[in-house]
Ligand binder design. Sequence first.
Ligand SMILES: [Zn+2]
Length: 276
Amino acid sequence: MSTWHVAEEDLRAYAQGELTAPLLWSADTHLIACAECRAGLAEVSDPVALDEGWERLDAELDAPRPGLLESLLMRLGIADHIARLLAATPVLRRSWLASVVFLLLTTVLAVRSTDSPTLFLALAPLLPLAGVALSYGPALDPTYEMAVVAPMHGFRLLMIRTVAVLVAGLGLNGLATLALPGYGLRALAWLLPALALTMTGLALTARLGPVLAPSLVGGSWVALLLITHAQQTSAGDPLAPFTAAGQGVAAAVAALAAGLLFLLRDRFDLFNGSAE
Ligand SMILES: [Zn+2]
Protein backbone atom coordinates (compact mmCIF):
# COMPACT_ATOMS: atom_id res chain seq x y z
CA MET A 1 0.00 0.00 0.00
CA SER A 2 1.17 3.50 -0.77
CA THR A 3 1.97 5.64 2.25
CA TRP A 4 2.87 8.69 0.19
CA HIS A 5 0.07 11.17 -0.37
CA VAL A 6 -0.12 14.57 -2.01
CA ALA A 7 0.48 17.19 0.70
CA GLU A 8 -2.49 19.38 1.48
CA GLU A 9 -0.76 22.55 0.31
CA ASP A 10 0.11 20.83 -2.97
CA LEU A 11 -3.52 19.75 -3.36
CA ARG A 12 -4.52 23.35 -2.82
CA ALA A 13 -2.03 24.53 -5.46
CA TYR A 14 -3.24 21.75 -7.78
CA ALA A 15 -6.86 22.82 -7.35
CA GLN A 16 -5.90 26.39 -8.19
CA GLY A 17 -3.94 25.30 -11.23
CA GLU A 18 -0.72 26.58 -9.70
CA LEU A 19 1.14 23.32 -9.16
CA THR A 20 4.10 23.08 -11.55
CA ALA A 21 5.92 20.14 -13.12
CA PRO A 22 7.31 17.73 -12.02
CA LEU A 23 5.13 17.88 -8.89
CA LEU A 24 2.11 18.35 -11.14
CA TRP A 25 2.85 15.10 -12.95
CA SER A 26 3.35 13.22 -9.70
CA ALA A 27 0.06 14.58 -8.36
CA ASP A 28 -1.71 13.68 -11.63
CA THR A 29 -0.45 10.13 -11.52
CA HIS A 30 -1.19 9.72 -7.84
CA LEU A 31 -4.69 11.20 -8.01
CA ILE A 32 -5.74 8.62 -10.60
CA ALA A 33 -4.93 5.83 -8.17
CA CYS A 34 -5.78 7.35 -4.78
CA ALA A 35 -9.40 7.95 -3.77
CA GLU A 36 -8.28 9.46 -0.48
CA CYS A 37 -6.37 12.27 -2.20
CA ARG A 38 -9.20 12.82 -4.69
CA ALA A 39 -11.51 13.34 -1.73
CA GLY A 40 -8.92 15.70 -0.24
CA LEU A 41 -8.74 17.56 -3.54
CA ALA A 42 -12.52 17.99 -3.59
CA GLU A 43 -12.33 19.31 -0.03
CA VAL A 44 -9.66 21.97 -0.69
CA SER A 45 -11.05 22.89 -4.10
CA ASP A 46 -12.70 26.23 -4.21
CA PRO A 47 -16.02 25.27 -5.86
CA VAL A 48 -16.06 28.59 -7.70
CA ALA A 49 -12.55 28.08 -9.13
CA LEU A 50 -13.42 24.54 -10.18
CA ASP A 51 -16.62 25.75 -11.84
CA GLU A 52 -14.63 28.44 -13.63
CA GLY A 53 -12.22 25.76 -14.79
CA TRP A 54 -15.11 23.76 -16.23
CA GLU A 55 -16.63 26.85 -17.80
CA ARG A 56 -13.42 27.93 -19.48
CA LEU A 57 -12.85 24.40 -20.69
CA ASP A 58 -16.44 24.17 -21.95
CA ALA A 59 -16.06 27.49 -23.72
CA GLU A 60 -12.80 26.35 -25.34
CA LEU A 61 -14.22 23.01 -26.42
CA ASP A 62 -17.55 24.40 -27.59
CA ALA A 63 -16.10 27.50 -29.27
CA PRO A 64 -17.23 27.54 -32.89
CA ARG A 65 -14.36 26.36 -35.02
CA PRO A 66 -14.32 24.43 -38.28
CA GLY A 67 -13.73 21.16 -36.45
CA LEU A 68 -11.80 20.14 -39.54
CA LEU A 69 -8.72 19.14 -37.56
CA GLU A 70 -10.76 17.17 -35.05
CA SER A 71 -12.74 15.22 -37.63
CA LEU A 72 -9.59 14.62 -39.67
CA LEU A 73 -7.84 13.22 -36.59
CA MET A 74 -10.81 10.97 -35.84
CA ARG A 75 -10.88 9.77 -39.43
CA LEU A 76 -7.21 8.85 -39.00
CA GLY A 77 -8.31 6.53 -36.20
CA ILE A 78 -7.40 8.73 -33.22
CA ALA A 79 -9.72 8.23 -30.23
CA ASP A 80 -12.27 11.04 -30.01
CA HIS A 81 -11.23 12.29 -26.55
CA ILE A 82 -7.62 12.59 -27.73
CA ALA A 83 -8.73 14.27 -30.96
CA ARG A 84 -10.69 16.75 -28.83
CA LEU A 85 -7.66 17.37 -26.63
CA LEU A 86 -5.47 17.99 -29.68
CA ALA A 87 -8.03 20.29 -31.28
CA ALA A 88 -8.00 22.35 -28.05
CA THR A 89 -4.19 22.61 -28.06
CA PRO A 90 -3.50 26.29 -28.78
CA VAL A 91 -0.49 25.87 -31.03
CA LEU A 92 -2.59 23.82 -33.42
CA ARG A 93 -4.93 26.75 -33.82
CA ARG A 94 -5.04 28.85 -36.94
CA SER A 95 -3.29 31.86 -35.36
CA TRP A 96 -0.23 29.76 -34.53
CA LEU A 97 -0.22 27.97 -37.89
CA ALA A 98 -0.63 31.32 -39.64
CA SER A 99 2.40 32.85 -37.90
CA VAL A 100 4.54 29.79 -38.64
CA VAL A 101 3.48 29.83 -42.30
CA PHE A 102 4.19 33.56 -42.49
CA LEU A 103 7.67 33.13 -40.96
CA LEU A 104 8.50 30.24 -43.29
CA LEU A 105 7.23 32.07 -46.38
CA THR A 106 9.25 35.18 -45.52
CA THR A 107 12.35 33.10 -44.95
CA VAL A 108 11.89 31.06 -48.13
CA LEU A 109 11.49 34.25 -50.14
CA ALA A 110 14.60 35.75 -48.51
CA VAL A 111 16.60 32.58 -49.17
CA ARG A 112 15.48 32.38 -52.80
CA SER A 113 16.96 35.83 -53.41
CA THR A 114 20.36 34.79 -51.98
CA ASP A 115 22.60 31.87 -52.88
CA SER A 116 22.56 30.04 -49.52
CA PRO A 117 19.76 28.28 -47.57
CA THR A 118 21.47 29.07 -44.23
CA LEU A 119 18.79 31.48 -42.97
CA PHE A 120 16.06 28.90 -43.57
CA LEU A 121 18.16 26.11 -42.02
CA ALA A 122 18.81 28.30 -38.98
CA LEU A 123 15.15 29.25 -38.41
CA ALA A 124 13.37 25.97 -39.23
CA PRO A 125 14.67 24.00 -36.20
CA LEU A 126 13.48 26.77 -33.83
CA LEU A 127 9.83 26.57 -34.91
CA PRO A 128 9.00 23.05 -33.62
CA LEU A 129 10.90 23.86 -30.39
CA ALA A 130 8.84 27.03 -29.89
CA GLY A 131 5.63 25.18 -30.75
CA VAL A 132 6.27 22.48 -28.18
CA ALA A 133 7.26 25.08 -25.57
CA LEU A 134 4.09 27.08 -26.22
CA SER A 135 1.88 24.00 -25.93
CA TYR A 136 3.02 23.71 -22.34
CA GLY A 137 1.90 25.55 -19.23
CA PRO A 138 -1.27 27.16 -17.89
CA ALA A 139 -0.81 30.68 -19.27
CA LEU A 140 -1.27 29.62 -22.88
CA ASP A 141 -3.09 26.37 -22.65
CA PRO A 142 -6.84 25.82 -22.29
CA THR A 143 -6.34 22.05 -22.04
CA TYR A 144 -4.53 22.78 -18.77
CA GLU A 145 -8.02 23.13 -17.30
CA MET A 146 -8.78 19.69 -18.60
CA ALA A 147 -5.86 18.37 -16.56
CA VAL A 148 -7.21 20.17 -13.48
CA VAL A 149 -10.79 18.98 -13.69
CA ALA A 150 -10.03 15.51 -15.02
CA PRO A 151 -6.59 14.41 -13.80
CA MET A 152 -4.72 12.52 -16.49
CA HIS A 153 -1.15 11.34 -16.53
CA GLY A 154 0.69 14.62 -17.16
CA PHE A 155 3.59 12.99 -18.98
CA ARG A 156 1.26 11.14 -21.34
CA LEU A 157 -0.64 14.35 -22.01
CA LEU A 158 2.64 16.11 -22.72
CA MET A 159 3.78 13.36 -25.09
CA ILE A 160 0.49 13.25 -27.04
CA ARG A 161 0.64 16.98 -27.62
CA THR A 162 4.36 17.07 -28.30
CA VAL A 163 4.03 14.49 -31.04
CA ALA A 164 1.10 16.39 -32.57
CA VAL A 165 2.88 19.75 -32.48
CA LEU A 166 6.11 18.20 -33.73
CA VAL A 167 4.34 16.52 -36.66
CA ALA A 168 2.60 19.81 -37.55
CA GLY A 169 5.87 21.78 -37.27
CA LEU A 170 7.94 19.27 -39.23
CA GLY A 171 5.21 19.05 -41.87
CA LEU A 172 5.19 22.82 -42.43
CA ASN A 173 9.00 22.90 -42.55
CA GLY A 174 8.85 20.07 -45.08
CA LEU A 175 6.46 22.04 -47.29
CA ALA A 176 8.77 25.04 -47.09
CA THR A 177 11.69 22.80 -48.11
CA LEU A 178 9.77 21.89 -51.28
CA ALA A 179 9.80 25.59 -52.15
CA LEU A 180 13.61 25.47 -52.28
CA PRO A 181 14.16 22.76 -54.91
CA GLY A 182 17.45 24.31 -56.04
CA TYR A 183 19.24 23.12 -52.90
CA GLY A 184 18.08 19.50 -53.12
CA LEU A 185 18.73 17.48 -49.98
CA ARG A 186 20.85 20.29 -48.50
CA ALA A 187 17.60 22.12 -47.74
CA LEU A 188 16.57 19.22 -45.45
CA ALA A 189 19.53 19.77 -43.09
CA TRP A 190 17.17 21.44 -40.58
CA LEU A 191 15.41 18.16 -39.74
CA LEU A 192 17.95 16.54 -37.37
CA PRO A 193 18.76 19.83 -35.58
CA ALA A 194 14.99 20.37 -35.15
CA LEU A 195 14.64 16.97 -33.47
CA ALA A 196 17.74 17.58 -31.34
CA LEU A 197 16.52 21.00 -30.17
CA THR A 198 12.98 19.83 -29.38
CA MET A 199 14.11 16.70 -27.52
CA THR A 200 16.75 18.62 -25.53
CA GLY A 201 14.25 21.36 -24.70
CA LEU A 202 11.76 18.76 -23.43
CA ALA A 203 14.34 16.84 -21.40
CA LEU A 204 15.58 20.06 -19.77
CA THR A 205 12.01 21.24 -19.11
CA ALA A 206 11.76 18.64 -16.35
CA ARG A 207 14.67 20.35 -14.57
CA LEU A 208 14.59 23.99 -15.66
CA GLY A 209 10.91 24.61 -16.25
CA PRO A 210 8.89 25.34 -19.40
CA VAL A 211 10.29 28.84 -20.02
CA LEU A 212 14.00 28.64 -19.19
CA ALA A 213 14.62 25.26 -20.87
CA PRO A 214 13.42 26.09 -24.41
CA SER A 215 14.89 29.62 -24.18
CA LEU A 216 18.26 28.19 -23.22
CA VAL A 217 18.15 25.59 -26.00
CA GLY A 218 17.01 28.12 -28.62
CA GLY A 219 19.63 30.61 -27.46
CA SER A 220 22.37 27.98 -27.64
CA TRP A 221 21.35 27.12 -31.20
CA VAL A 222 21.56 30.76 -32.29
CA ALA A 223 24.91 31.18 -30.47
CA LEU A 224 26.28 28.03 -32.12
CA LEU A 225 25.29 29.33 -35.56
CA LEU A 226 26.84 32.74 -34.88
CA ILE A 227 30.10 31.16 -33.69
CA THR A 228 30.38 28.77 -36.64
CA HIS A 229 29.46 31.63 -38.96
CA ALA A 230 32.29 33.75 -37.50
CA GLN A 231 34.74 30.85 -38.01
CA GLN A 232 33.62 30.23 -41.58
CA THR A 233 36.58 30.45 -43.94
CA SER A 234 34.72 30.67 -47.22
CA ALA A 235 31.30 32.24 -47.66
CA GLY A 236 30.01 29.37 -49.82
CA ASP A 237 30.66 26.59 -47.31
CA PRO A 238 27.76 25.21 -45.26
CA LEU A 239 27.88 26.02 -41.52
CA ALA A 240 29.17 23.23 -39.28
CA PRO A 241 25.70 22.02 -38.09
CA PHE A 242 24.66 21.48 -41.72
CA THR A 243 27.68 19.40 -42.73
CA ALA A 244 27.59 15.59 -42.58
CA ALA A 245 29.51 15.67 -39.26
CA GLY A 246 27.16 18.28 -37.82
CA GLN A 247 24.14 16.20 -38.84
CA GLY A 248 25.67 13.19 -37.09
CA VAL A 249 26.11 15.22 -33.90
CA ALA A 250 22.51 16.46 -34.15
CA ALA A 251 21.24 12.88 -34.51
CA ALA A 252 23.31 11.80 -31.48
CA VAL A 253 22.05 14.74 -29.38
CA ALA A 254 18.44 13.95 -30.36
CA ALA A 255 18.87 10.29 -29.38
CA LEU A 256 20.60 11.17 -26.08
CA ALA A 257 17.93 13.72 -25.16
CA ALA A 258 15.15 11.26 -26.01
CA GLY A 259 16.82 8.71 -23.75
CA LEU A 260 17.20 11.30 -20.97
CA LEU A 261 13.53 12.21 -21.31
CA PHE A 262 12.61 8.55 -21.00
CA LEU A 263 14.77 8.20 -17.87
CA LEU A 264 13.27 11.33 -16.34
CA ARG A 265 9.80 9.93 -16.99
CA ASP A 266 10.77 6.89 -14.93
CA ARG A 267 12.04 9.23 -12.23
CA PHE A 268 8.65 10.96 -12.07
CA ASP A 269 6.99 7.59 -11.56
CA LEU A 270 9.59 6.62 -8.94
CA PHE A 271 8.86 9.86 -7.14
CA ASN A 272 5.50 8.31 -6.29
CA GLY A 273 6.74 4.78 -5.84
CA SER A 274 9.80 5.54 -3.68
CA ALA A 275 7.63 6.27 -0.64
CA GLU A 276 5.78 2.97 -0.89
ZN1 LIG B 1 -3.04 9.65 -1.77
